[in-house]
Design a protein around this ligand. Structure first.
Ligand code: SF4
Ligand code: SF4
Length: 175
C-alpha cells in the first residue's frame, strides 16, 4: 500500500508534509457537501498513513478536478492530482470503488472519445443509463437538453481519429 505514497512523493507539486491543515482547500470546494471526507482530511489521512480511509472514501470520486482547492492552497499542493493517483491505485489494485456509478460514467465518456474523438453526449447518457438499468429517471431533463440543442443525434466530427486510437492502444485502454 505504501507504493501510493512513493508515487505521490515523486510527483511535482505534491509534498504531503507541506500541508498544514489550514482548510483553505475545503473552504473553496463546491462539492464538499456530498463528500464523505473534506479534501483536507484526505490529505491528513495520507500524512498519517491511514491509507484504508483515504482509499475507501468517496471524496476522490466526487471531485470534478476543478482545481479551486489547489488555487486556494497556500502551499500550492495539487489536490486533484492526489485524488487522481488515489483513483488510479484503487482501479489498478481492484479495490472496492466507492462510487461505481461515477466510475461507469467516466468509462462511458472515455469510450465515446475513443470511438468518435469527442464526446457524443446523447450516446454517453444512453449507454450510462442502460448500464445503470435506469433508463427513465432523467428523461425530462434529457428532453429539455435535446430541445435546447445541447444533445445531438449525430456524433461530432473529428479528423484525427486514427492517431487518437493509437494513443488509446499505447496506454492499453480497456473498456
Ligand atoms: S478539484 Fe475536487 S476537491 Fe478540489 S475544489 Fe474542485 S471538486 Fe473540490
Ligand atoms: S489548502 Fe493546502 S495546506 Fe491548506 S489544508 Fe488544504 S492542502 Fe493543506
Amino acid at each position: 500500500m505504501n507504493n501510493i505514497i512513493d508515487k505521490l512523493n515523486n510527483l511535482d507539486h505534491i509534498n504531503l508534509s507541506l500541508c498544514m491543515q489550514c482548510i483553505s482547500c475545503t473552504n473553496g470546494c463546491p462539492f464538499v457537501h456530498i463528500m464523505e471526507h473534506p479534501p483536507h482530511q484526505i490529505i491528513r489521512f495520507l500524512q498519517l498513513g491511514f491509507m484504508d480511509k483515504a482509499l475507501s472514501s468517496n471524496t476522490p470520486w466526487i471531485c470534478v478536478g476543478c482545481n479551486t482547492c489547489s488555487y486556494n492552497c497556500p502551499m500550492a499542493i495539487d489536490i486533484s492530482l492526489i485524488f487522481d493517483v488515489i483513483k488510479e491505485h484503487v482501479i489498478k489494485n481492484k479495490l472496492p470503488i466507492p462510487e461505481p456509478s461515477i466510475f461507469e460514467f467516466h468509462k462511458q465518456v472515455l469510450n465515446s472519445i475513443k470511438k468518435y474523438g469527442r464526446v457524443h453526449k446523447l450516446e454517453v447518457m444512453f449507454n450510462f443509463k442502460l448500464k445503470s438499468k435506469d433508463l427513465f429517471s432523467d428523461i425530462t431533463i434529457g428532453l429539455k437538453m435535446f430541445l435546447k440543442k445541447k444533445l445531438h443525434l449525430r456524433p461530432p466530427n473529428f479528423d484525427s481519429i486514427k492517431q487518437l486510437k493509437e494513443i488509446f492502444e499505447s496506454i492499453k485502454y480497456e473498456k
